[in-house]
Design a protein around this ligand. Structure first.
Ligand SMILES: [Zn+2]
Length: 108
């Protein structure tokens, strides 16, 4: 029995599994991760600016590592966001969707 027998709101049997929260919170996670990394990168670049004329090689390395940090932070943010989204989805929004009345509910 993968599907609940019926919708608790309208008793319809036209019920499908849903995972909307995963996508939403994954996107939020990416945004939060990237924003945090971007802030850190700006600080790193500000520090590097003073020495960039004298030491361009080090400045370039700093920019490259800032980009890499931003990329990995985005990936991490997405992973955390997706996991949190899946949890929240099950806890609050429900994991089943009724196509008759367009309402979602929790089915364990
Ligand atoms: Zn329904």
């Amino acid at each position: 029995m993968d599907f609940p027998p019926f919708c608790p709101y309208c008793q319809s049997r036209d019920v499908v599994p849903r995972a909307t929260g995963l996508k939403i919170f994954g996107a939020i996670g990416i945004a939060v991760g990237a924003a945090g990394a971007f802030k850190a990168s700006l600080k790193a670049l500000q520090v590097l600016q003073s020495g960039s004329i004298a030491l361009p090689g080090i400045a370039l390395t700093g920019i490259a590592s800032a980009v890499l940090t931003a990329m990995s932070a985005s990936a991490l943010g997405c992973e955390i966001g997706t996991k949190a989204g899946a949890q929240l989805d099950r806890m609050l929004l429900g994991n089943r969707f009724c196509r008759s009345c367009k309402r979602s509910f929790i089915y364990l």
